[in-house]
Design a binder for this molecule. Structure first.
Ligand code: NOJ
Length: 764
């Protein structure tokens, strides 16, 4: 169906396009000349109020009931052209009706954008993002996002506020659950895969949706892991670590980005012109839409960056924030700012142009009703095909942390005592951000193991309660069993936005529970369920088998049972190290060496805590298998081409065990001498390699010297040696080699470098 009104508007006002210069094509824009003209014509036809309307996003209601705020007042605002977008709305029928009001009853008939936080599924819920990163398989993230986009688009949504690609090195921060963990290289690969899944190759596809890389800045670096708090970083760390996934996302053509709530060295990101207008737009050439976070433009006053709402609006606009999420500061106060300073007007036009461009890329000017199909909605949501994809993703996200004495897999016929409230908590399987997911559609571990038979379930203890009265029954069940499976962790509401904790040990009576179970002497399998790494050194002492399962979505129970019972071999890897104690936070493997590296001998003064062993309990990249793997034949060859050399790193990996399994081969690099301290290891490639028993495959990584660049007031590559380390985790390096970068050189401004760049991998 073609929207006649907008076609007509564009046709009659075509001449105006000459006054609105076409922007250069960039992956985040990609419009045809006709679309550019249509946008220019519309911008020229709009009043200032209509422009500010396009720059305004209002909430449709989520807390009470979805769409609950779509009342008469909201519809009147749409008719008056005062709204460009709604968030927290969904459903084919209500959204088609709302779109009809915008298109048929507003002066210019500009279609609305409908947005929601569709983070790891819409109705079919996949593992939380941190879990999917643990798959070390970008295809898992791509497919989850694809399914989410198929389900969302049929329900009328155009835009998701995902992926969250903030690097997180402090597990006290509750939002670690939403991202891909501590590493910028892994983070960038997972981010790009999610963007590809949501947007497809062309946003014009009927089941594609706009992605939103968030929250640009250094949101994940909040001091003390306290959500919303300031970040204080060097430009080197900002560029090399926190911005790398954003640069990769920009390059991949992500349609939108969201600014972070927090300030960076005193400059709130929502008003940070150096970052958003400078680095993102000018340096990287990003032309997509930038939206503020919820109420963040008005909060520029609370930060102390602006004295009045009009000042806050001007600050955000100058920073190049195009759309105001929910604060109505643009709607109510940007007009005042423009009247006082007419130089803001061209910035308004640019912002509106980018918003209209996003609508055009989705094909909404050609057919504003192309999203949302109530009949298909009933068939597509939660389909068997989507559930199968969710189960596979869940299986691949599980990390086997410890398996002493081969307690796992549990042999058939063994009597299992299943203990812990989380094993029966359907709601927690959905994790943080659950869109239209339903707890009653989740399979819990209790249900899935129950299907296998021979299981005695006792809650024992709950994460939210200090009540220890159930522990005696749990111990009795353990005494009757051959093996104890105990679910431990946090429920879903402990992680997520505004869910920071100072102490990341097991909450409630769970510590008492595990102590009592340990005393039974039975073989114990601890199944961890959580949205963040927990500090578990004491809790897991002498527990022979430990499985990290995060929150795995609707198919949670099935996937965990598949691993526990040996139907599949686990192969996930930690995207964040697991600490021993809370006080180790922040912690990350890619730290500089220091002049006095951590030394086990306490008599030597070194960079360590005196009261805890050095390093994490389980390191970044760690994950075991039911099989074993041998590495051999590492070779490095250089292909020198001008400044930027290319390197081929190849090795053999062989399954020496007796079961089919995947091995995640990881490639780390380090420049031992670079004129400054470089991290002791940095991930620059990985491959999840499926191997039959006895099978050997050759894994070949192709990388370039730009990937060794460091930030030194610009990207520089230093001549000299680079250590190549290949292994099974950041601390299980199996083979090493060295290559030499022949010349020092500087990269051009805006060039992608370091972790943002992807390494090609082939598996022979
Ligand atoms: C606030 C969160 O920080 C952001 O990630 C989310 O997209 C918005 N609220 C909208 O729900």
């Amino acid at each position: 169906m073609v929207n006649r009104r907008s076609v007509l508007v564009a046709g009659t006002l075509l001449a105006a396009s000459a006054r609105f210069p076409a922007l250069a094509a960039a992956p985040s824009r990609q419009l045809t000349a006709a679309q550019e003209s249509r946008i220019a014509a519309l911008v020229a036809a709009m009043t200032l109020d209509e422009k500010l309307g396009q720059m305004t996003q209002i909430a449709g209601g989520r807390q009470i009931a979805l769409n609950s705020r779509l009342d008469a007042a909201a519809l009147d605002r749409v008719r008056a052209g005062q709204v460009g977008s709604f968030l927290h709305v969904a459903g084919a029928e209500p959204l088609l009706a709302l779109q009809r009001v915008a298109v048929e009853e507003s002066r210019l008939g500009i279609p609305l954008l409908f947005a929601m936080d569709v983070v790891h599924g819409y109705r079919t819920i996949f593992p939380v993002p941190l879990a999917m990163a643990a798959s070390f398989d970008p295809d898992v993230a791509r497919q989850a996002s694809r399914v989410a986009a198929v389900e969302s688009s049929v329900s009328g949504l155009h835009w998701t506020f995902a992926p969250m690609i903030d690097i997180a090195r402090d597990a006290r921060w509750g939002r670690v659950v939403e991202g891909a963990g501590e590493d910028p290289y892994l983070g960038a690969r997972i981010a790009v895969a999610q963007i590809e899944g949501f947007q497809t190759a062309d946003l014009d596809n009927p089941d594609a949706m706009l992605a939103c890389a968030k929250h640009i800045g250094a949101y994940g670096a909040a001091i003390g892991g306290r959500d919303y708090d300031s970040a204080e970083l060097s430009e080197r760390t900002l560029r090399e670590t926190y911005l790398a996934p954003f640069h990769a996302a920009s390059h991949a053509g992500v349609g939108t980005m969201m600014t972070a709530f927090n300030d960076l060295a005193g400059v709130p990101t929502t008003g940070n012109a150096d970052l958003v207008r400078g680095i993102l737009r000018r340096e990287w050439g990003y032309q997509g839409l930038v939206v503020s976070d919820w109420n963040a433009i008005l909060e520029l006053m609370a930060h102390g960056a602006a004295a009045t709402p009009a000042e806050a609006a001007a600050l955000a606009l100058r920073a190049s924030v195009d759309m105001d999420m929910t604060s109505d500061t643009y709607a109510d106060h940007l007009g005042t700012a423009v009247a006082a300073d007419p130089t803001l007007l061209p910035l308004v036009d640019e912002a509106v142009g980018r918003i209209l461009a996003a609508k055009a890329r989705l094909g909404l000017f050609d057919d504003p009703f192309r999203f949302g199909d109530a009949a298909r909605e009933r068939v597509v949501l939660g389909s068997a095909e989507h559930r199968a994809a969710a189960r596979r993703a869940a299986q691949r996200s599980i990390v086997l942390l410890r398996n002493e004495g081969e307690v796992l897999p549990i042999a058939p016929g063994r009597r299992i005592a299943l203990i812990g409230a989380l094993a029966d908590d359907a709601s927690s399987t959905l994790g943080s951000w659950r869109a239209r997911g339903r707890a009653e559609e989740s399979v819990t571990l209790r249900q899935a193991l129950g299907e296998a038979g021979n299981v005695d379930y006792i809650s024992g203890a709950e994460p939210r309660s200090d009540d220890t009265s159930g522990i005696a029954a749990a111990v009795a069940a353990a005494d009757r069993a051959d093996v104890v499976v105990v679910a431990l962790g946090e429920d879903y509401d402990y992680s997520g936005e505004a869910r920071s904790r100072s102490d990341i040990t097991l909450p409630g009576a769970q510590t008492a529970l595990i102590e009592a179970l340990r005393a039974t002497g039975k073989p114990i399998v601890a199944v961890l369920m959580n949205g963040r790494p927990l500090a578990l050194e004491d809790a897991l002492a002498d527990i022979p088998a430990v499985v990290e399962t995060w929150f795995l979505g609707n198919e949670s129970g099935h996937a965990i049972a598949d691993v526990l019972l040996g139907r599949i071999s686990p192969a996930g890897r930690l995207p964040m190290g697991i600490p021993r104690r809370s006080g180790q936070m922040p912690m990350f493997y890619a730290h500089p060496p220091t002049g006095r590296p951590a030394n086990p001998d306490l008599a030597v003064d070194s960079a360590r805590y005196r009261d805890v062993d050095i390093g994490p309990l389980f390191p970044f990249g760690h994950g075991l298998s039911y099989s074993r793997f041998a590495y051999s034949g590492l070779q490095v060859a250089a292909q020198d081409a001008g400044d930027a050399a290319r390197y081929v790193v190849a090795l053999n990996v062989r399954n020496t065990g007796t079961v089919a399994a995947d091995e995640v081969v990881q490639l780390y690099v380090r420049a031992p001498v670079a004129g400054l301290a470089r991290p002791v290891k940095e991930l620059r490639g990985f491959a999840r390699v499926p191997l039959a028993p006895g099978q050997s495959r050759r894994v070949t990584f192709m990388l370039g010297s730009d990937q060794f660049a460091h930030w030194d007031d610009g990207w520089k590559v230093a001549a000299g040696d680079v250590d190549i380390m290949v292994g099974s985790s950041s601390e299980d390096i199996r083979q090493t080699a060295m290559l030499t970068v022949p010349r020092s050189y500087a990269l051009a401004d805006g060039a992608m470098a370091g972790a943002a760049l992807s390494t090609d991998v082939t598996i022979g």
